[in-house]
Ligand binder design. Structure first.
Ligand code: GLN
Length: 286
């Protein structure tokens, strides 16, 4: 008969297994996977190292570890990721929300301090994390999320319902042009912006598991901005703002596209690594 596996032994075995697979955050990931396998919080995992896992918990933990050893992201294994003030369902159809993208919400909150936006558009909504976080910050607003992927649209809708924001949320499956004709006070967009040639520099977690169409955008990574920005000035209400996420070093290129399309760049924000991460653009209405 084999000895039941204790929490402490499970953590240590998990750490070793993940370390061996080149996972940089092996200790943290082993704990997160064990918590999920046991449906337990951190407090219990830390406070009861000698408690044994039952067979079902052990099986789940082993299968989670195996997936993580194959470099599947934690967000996909757990099926969720925290962003801004909420937790979002994440699937293989959606980009995992990044802390860096929270700078878009911060910038929106700052910009609209004196008069909240009523109509919000989020292009390439994915999990809906940007749109739904904005709707949470602006309780009188209604929002439209657009995504090309039917799978992502389903996830965004599910997140809207779970967060109790569905009465203010509409999700449409379509391309960048879908919302043309609508007028919005705030337009958010975190488009794909990775240059095709950078594919090999990405971690296996991103390269192998995240949706390709949410990541890559041509030779310089600017294709999505080139496609969507020129149409957008006409969608912005007077006093409105377009906030786009950008990749490292793309500030000048995206600013140029914005200016050529009738926008002026009114603010920029940096992420936690102090890199320019998003631009806020407005239109001077005459
Ligand atoms: N809007 C979503 C996010 O910021 C998805 C973006 C994308 O798929 N490129 O996470």
């Amino acid at each position: 008969m084999t000895m039941p596996l204790t929490i402490e032994a499970a953590l240590s075995a998990g750490r070793t297994a993940l370390d061996g697979a080149g996972v940089e955050t092996a200790t943290l990931d082993a704990r997160l996977l064990l918590e999920a396998a046991m449906d337990a919080g951190t407090a219990r995992i830390v406070a009861e190292p000698d408690q044994a896992l039952d067979t079902r918990q052990e099986e789940r933990y082993r299968s989670f570890l195996e997936r993580r050893r194959n470099r599947e992201p934690i967000s996909l294994i757990l099926g969720r990721r925290a962003f801004w003030k909420d937790e979002f369902v994440v699937t293989a159809d959606t980009l995992t929300p990044r802390p860096d993208s929270e700078t878009l919400i911060e910038l929106a909150v700052e910009h609209f301090r004196r008069g909240a936006p009523c109509r919000i558009l989020d292009l390439g909504t994915g999990t809906g994390c940007l749109l739904l976080s904005a709707l949470r910050e602006f309780p009188d607003a209604a929002g439209l999320g657009v995504d090309l992927s039917p799978g992502a649209c389903g996830v965004a809708l599910r997140n809207a319902r779970t967060l109790g924001l569905d009465s203010r949320t509409r999700i449409i499956c379509g391309d960048w042009g879908t919302a043309i004709g609508g007028i919005f006070d705030l337009i958010l967009c975190n488009p794909p912006y990775i240059a095709d040639r950078e594919r090999e520099t990405l971690s296996p977690e991103v390269r192998e598991f995240e949706p390709r169409q949410a990541l890559f955008a041509g030779v310089q990574g600017l294709d999505a901005y080139r496609e969507l920005v020129p149409e957008l000035a006409a969608n912005l209400a007077p006093g409105g703002a377009l906030i786009v996420e950008i990749g490292h070093g793309q500030g000048p290129g995206v600013s140029r596209i914005l200016m050529e399309s009738g926008f002026c760049v009114a603010a920029r924000a940096r992420d936690l690594a102090n890199r320019e991460r998003c631009l806020l653009a407005t239109v001077a209405h005459t």
